[in-house]
Design a protein around this ligand. Structure first.
Ligand SMILES: [Zn+2]
Length: 246
């Protein structure tokens, strides 16, 4: 169910793996994303199971229609969970609200100020990193009263696997030099996690990269993770989840 799960004094957060759900075939088993051919009712049950495993009520889950942008939505009091806003980040200071970001290879970012009780999630693929959705999320959390923010970078494709055309690497690394990378098979690549970590560090955020402790490359981790690069359009989706306990 969870590749990583932590409960702080006020905040619960987790990143899922692909185990413990009801999906079968290429989506087996904890696919949390729709629109990839999997049965939508099964996906809803999987999302509910992940939210319950966090200790929360599935009716409190807030998901997004992610579009590789940098728009941040605030989940305010009384926001209807069923309305999936078009956004790539969610923030809230509302206890009980579970924020969910879904990915397969892109970076799932979970952020929290455990003292202030302010949390956020962000979806950062190549476009999101270039647009700096990470810093936009941090600023939106500060508007809600966050001061000392920690960000967790969850399972994603690593800089040794994320192959891109030479020109794309040149364009991105021209803006974000730390993103320059080479695959393990010696072709041009990008290290998006390194770039996001640098953005978060510059924004004054403490960064915890799960790759420092766990094997979390989605492309290499066929047993435990989904990977869009490896599985194509039928790829399932992992999630990062966070809430302030009610
Ligand atoms: Zn890798």
């Amino acid at each position: 169910m969870f590749a990583f799960h932590e409960s702080l004094s006020r905040v619960d957060l987790a990143f899922t793996d692909r185990h413990g759900g009801e999906s079968t075939g290429p989506w087996a088993s904890l696919n949390l994303g729709a629109g990839n051919g999997d049965d939508e009712a099964t996906v809803r049950r999987n999302v509910a199971a992940a939210v319950r495993a966090l200790g929360a009520d599935p009716s409190d889950a807030h998901l997004m229609r992610q579009v590789h942008g940098a728009d941040v939505r605030v989940v305010a009091s009384g926001a209807p969970p069923a309305a999936h806003p078009e956004a790539d980040a969610l923030v809230t200071a509302r206890p009980g609200a579970v924020l969910v970001v879904r990915v397969a290879d892109c970076l799932p970012l979970v952020l929290a100020d455990d003292d202030a009780g302010v949390v956020g999630v962000a979806h950062a693929g190549r476009k999101g990193v270039v647009l700096d959705v990470a810093t936009a999320t941090v600023e939106a959390m500060r508007d809600l009263g966050a001061r000392r923010i920690t960000a967790w970078i969850g399972p994603r494709i690593c800089g040794r696997c994320y192959e891109v055309p030479e020109q794309m690497r040149a364009d991105v690394a021209g803006r974000l030099p730390v993103a320059w990378s080479q695959t393990s098979w010696d072709t041009p690549a990008l290290d998006l996690a390194a770039a996001a970590a640098e953005q978060l560090d510059k924004a004054g955020v403490h960064v915890v990269d799960l790759a420092d402790d766990l094997a979390v490359c989605t492309y290499e981790g066929e047993t435990d993770f989904y990977s869009y690069r490896r599985q194509g359009v039928q790829s399932g989706r992992l999630a990062g989840l966070v809430r302030v306990r009610p």
